[in-house]
Write a protein that binds this ligand. Structure first.
Ligand code: SF4
Length: 450
């Protein structure tokens, strides 16, 4: 777990900084980003980062102290930026307004200029200043950074996410009256969410009112995981990857995974090939799903896939999925599914339903007895919509897909068809179609994969 925003250089930690960092490590918080709020704290943050493994620093002047950001201060920050992970915190604070608004805006602009000059991300603070924060972000075309301790509206979340800016959640999301914030936290895309403590401030429930510290991040992260319907381990993997990408804190996993766990399921990534080119396909946007790298540099052999499974009974199901269409490797899927079933596992295949078209025969009898569940991407209510959305390489794809679904129910006990919630898809027509075909129906949210 990475705490992307704490203030360990502050005097509140002078008496027990070693113990605080040790407690964080023992709770699984491997890395922390200590955030400066003026020139002096930038110097302290830089010095601390040199003393502790896994501690990184930023340089910047908080909007409270914006009046102190003169040319000398900018030059001092610039001197310290080599080795820093980010610039900030900067932004606008109209709640306390310790510095006049126009001075805060000017300081924000100077931080933005430093970010563009160095390529370092911005750590942006915005309190009761959404409109002006967004105006400056838009006017200056800011696309590299994070809105820390997010507490804005859904519209503000949309606006910053659409620019590729990250959203960071702090202990505030655990507070009793934070219902709207919890709704936002549930749906921020996996690739743009990070987590923080803002220690020593804003301790999460049940520590609210006490001095906050990085070890407490587990409380916030656990709630975020619950809101998003994933495990704490999933949330950790997702936010750790994002923190590494954004701030360069540690190594990103370069190698594509064959087997990967999400919630209590094990997924198998047997190919990155597919005969469709769906406009919404996540593999065109990122190499990662729920923090797992799925970009294979070669297709794994059947023996490698079997070896990556371990004991299949410890998972609720073993799912052939990954970044591609698993049934393109029919023989591999058949052998591996049989292997899992012989060892007491439950097998599901996520497929585009075009295997019969690709292989030129009915492959479903092969799956009888070795596959428990099929999840088939229906994706559209009619042929024209399907072709526009999925750009299939095979002819008469939609008709072949419908025939595949009709055949599937004869050989696989549990069949579900899915659609992605995009504007051209008529969800209700698809639901009726699923009912007519005698299969279950599920709607997937766009960009919410895994
Ligand atoms: S069928 Fe699945 S893997 Fe293939 S392009 Fe569409 S979304 Fe991507």
């Amino acid at each position: 777990m990475i705490d992307t925003h704490c203030h360990l250089e502050m005097t509140q930690f002078d008496g027990d900084r070693d113990e605080v960092i040790t407690r964080a490590h023992s709770c699984g918080v491997t890395d922390m980003l200590t955030i400066a709020s003026d020139v002096e704290s930038s110097e302290k943050a830089m010095a601390l980062a040199g003393q502790y493994d896994g501690l990184y620093y930023t340089c910047g002047v908080h909007p409270h102290n914006a009046s102190t950001l003169d040319d000398w201060a900018i030059q001092r920050l610039r001197d310290m930026l080599p080795g820093a992970s980010a610039i900030g915190e900067t932004g606008l604070d109209y709640h306390y307004e310790h510095s006049p608004r126009h001075v805060q805006a000017e300081a924000f602009l100077r931080h933005i200029a430093l970010s563009k000059e160095t390529g370092l991300p911005l750590v942006i603070h915005s309190r009761e200043a959404s409109e002006d924060t967004l105006r400056i972000i838009r006017d200056e075309d800011v696309r590299n950074g994070v809105l820390h301790c997010f507490s804005g509206s859904p519209a503000m979340a949309d606006a910053v996410l659409s620019r590729g800016l990250y959203i960071s959640f702090a202990g505030v999301v655990t507070f009793k009256k934070a219902d709207e914030l919890r709704k936002i936290a549930a749906i921020v895309p996996d690739d743009l969410i990070v987590v923080e403590t803002d220690a020593p401030y804003l301790a999460p429930v049940p520590y609210r009112g006490k001095r906050n510290e990085p070890a407490f991040i587990i409380r916030t992260a656990s709630l975020l995981a619950q809101l998003r319907g994933i495990t704490l381990s999933d949330l950790d993997r997702i936010t750790t990857l994002n923190s590494r990408k954004l701030f360069g804190m540690g190594q990103i996993v370069e190698e594509g995974r064959i087997a990967y766990k999400i919630r209590d399921s094990l997924y198998l990534n047997v190919t990155n090939r597919c005969t469709n080119n769906c406009g919404f396909c996540v593999r065109y946007q990122t190499d990662f799903v729920k923090g797992h790298n799925l970009r294979l540099d070669r297709e794994p052999a059947t023996a490698e896939i079997k070896a990556s499974i371990g004991d299949p009974t410890i998972y609720s199901e073993v799912v052939f999925c990954g970044y591609g269409e698993p049934l393109l490797r029919l023989k591999t899927v058949e052998e591996t599914a049989r292997y899992v079933k012989e060892r007491g596992g439950v097998v599901r295949i996520n497929t585009n339903g075009l295997a019969n078209a690709v292989h030129g025969r009915n492959v479903l009898p092969i799956l009888a007895g070795i596959v428990d569940k099929l999840s088939i991407s229906l994706n559209a209510q009619d042929e024209q919509t399907y072709v526009e959305l999925c750009k299939p390489a095979v002819k008469n794809a939609y008709g072949q897909l419908l025939n595949f679904i009709k055949e599937a129910v004869k050989y696989v006990p549990d069949v579900t068809v899915t659609v992605v919630d995009v504007p051209s898809v008529d969800i209700e027509k698809c639901r009726s179609l699923a009912a007519a075909l005698g299969v279950k129906f599920r709607v997937r949210l766009l960009d919410n994969v895994g």
